[in-house]
Write a protein of this length. Structure first.
Length: 484
């Protein structure tokens, strides 16, 4: 079939498909296992024409060499390898995945008319955005089918329709990371343990490539009052709390961060983060993430891939409070920083902030409880001391009263609010005629009073409950030996 005849196949296609069709026609098919277009099997021409008008990503692997042809939608999955993949044997087109696909197609019986379905993770080569940089690999998940192309009970090749599931798989993975982080931070009981658990949980994230680099600083303010919404960088001390992927004494993570340095790009970025409300993006392509500082790091990503970008997340309990922590987080070098990734980082930053707010509130409540307990203990001690002083004064007063009462010719007694007499002098006993004893119960004293005067005494005791002092007169019974 002449090349111009193949172009004729596309004459009915939309104008926007013309550039891709021109790419297909520009391939030197004579140098491929398929040979020139005019020699192609009619079934191949028919199948190619079929997939060219399909909006789904579809590839064809034809003949014993499983030679690759695909439509425009599939070309977007090929990345930097397009259009070189056109006409390649499958094992060359897909590297390690191509070998697996070839083995699967070989294992399908010649007369098999069904389909094989699976989902794999691929790494698609992408062109670098920065001039001079090598291409990078993008983590991609594809759900695919292998459908035999049969004619006269003979398998001539295979169709390979695919559906990209990358967003779904990455979303599942990132949500798990946020859930696990939140559950771990719930167990922290103070701010110090919060920082420790943050680093520990980031270290446990799988795959490790999602956290290829982490540097956490605790922000300590030496001058501004607590709760200051923004910090004065001249009064801030940033103390290193933990790292991931950073060797000891590496210049990217000093023990104390100098925010006043203008020569260090990272210090400038950290200083900017003190007043930022959202994570700050750093990139190697624009110099905000200095390449010199990335040398010698122990990258946790796929195959030790270095990060091309990182974010600095300011961690503050609430929007109106000062930054308490700064987290520099390397981004997965095999994932583009797209809207989904930005949303994940925003949720991560929010999770760190809300968890810290809970810890700060818990510490404040604990501090208040502790202060209240200390204040109550102090008040109790002061009350006890005052009570002891008053008891001492009362005892001394009683002793003085008793000493004086022994030498006066007037009957004197000391009683309690219940009407019981706890002390009486000798004159009192002589006047009342009551037998001398250490304590006189109320009923015992009343028995000394003449019957007709007892209501007066009882009423006087009742009045004492509300009045400061009471004066009353009563007569006592004289002992029988005293002639009344």
């Amino acid at each position: 079939m002449p090349a111009e005849d193949f172009k004729a196949i596309a004459d009915g296609h939309a104008a926007e498909q013309r550039p891709f069709l021109d790419v297909i026609n520009s391939v030197n098919w004579a140098q491929t296992p398929l040979g020139p277009m005019y020699t192609w099997h009619p079934k191949l021409r028919e199948t190619v024409n079929q997939i060219l008008v399909d909006s789904r990503p579809i590839a064809i692997y034809w003949g014993p060499s499983y030679t690759t042809i695909y439509n425009e939608a599939f070309s977007k999955i090929c990345g930097a390898k397009h259009p070189a993949m056109l006409g390649m044997p499958v094992q060359e087109a897909w590297n390690e995945a191509g070998h697996r696909l070839k083995e699967i197609m070989r294992a399908i019986p010649p007369n098999h008319r069904g389909r094989v379905e699976d989902e794999w993770r691929f790494f698609v080569e992408r062109e670098s955005e920065a001039e001079g940089d090598t291409p990078w690999l993008e983590e991609t998940y594809l759900k695919w089918s292998i459908i035999p192309i049969i004619e006269n009970n003979e398998c001539l090749g295979f169709m390979h329709p695919v559906a990209e599931t990358t967003s779904l798989r990455l979303w599942e993975r990132r949500m798990k990371m946020l859930i696990d982080l939140g559950e771990a931070l719930l167990t922290a009981r103070d701010v110090e343990s919060y920082w420790e658990k943050t680093i520990q949980e980031l270290a446990a994230v799988e795959p490790r490539s999602d956290v290829p680099l982490a540097i956490l600083y605790i922000v300590e303010n030496s001058q501004d009052p607590p709760g200051t919404p923004t910090l004065n960088s001249s009064s801030v001390v940033c103390r290193l709390a933990g790292t991931l992927g950073v060797p000891t004494n590496h210049p990217i993570a000093p023990q104390t961060l100098d925010l006043q340095s203008d020569s260090d790009a990272l210090s400038l970025a950290f200083r900017k983060a003190l007043s930022a409300r959202h994570p700050i993006l750093l990139q190697t392509k624009d110099g905000t993430l200095p390449r010199d500082l990335l040398k010698g790091l122990q990258w946790r990503a796929f195959g030790g891939d270095p990060c091309r970008a990182a974010v600095i997340c300011p961690i503050r309990p609430t929007k109106n409070e000062a930054v308490m922590g700064l987290l520099l987080l390397g981004l997965n070098p095999r994932c583009p920083y797209d809207n989904d990734y930005r949303q994940h980082i925003a949720l991560l930053s929010q999770k760190l902030a809300t968890s810290l707010a809970s810890i700060v509130l818990l510490e404040e409540e604990t501090r208040r409880g502790r202060n209240a307990a200390e204040e109550a203990a102090y008040d109790k001690a002061m009350l006890k001391e005052k009570l002891a002083m008053q008891t001492k004064e009362a005892t001394e007063s009683m002793q003085m009263f008793e000493a004086v009462a022994e030498f006066v010719p007037v009957g004197m007694a000391f009683g309690d609010p219940q009407g019981e007499i706890t002390y009486a002098n000798d004159s009192w006993y002589k006047i009342t005629g009551y037998p001398k004893t250490d304590r006189i119960e109320k009923q015992g004293f009343i028995s000394c009073v003449k019957d007709e005067d007892r209501p007066v005494v009882i009423a006087a005791y009742e009045k004492l409950k509300t009045a400061g002092n009471v004066q009353f007169e009563f007569r006592v019974k004289r002992p029988a030996s005293n002639d009344g």
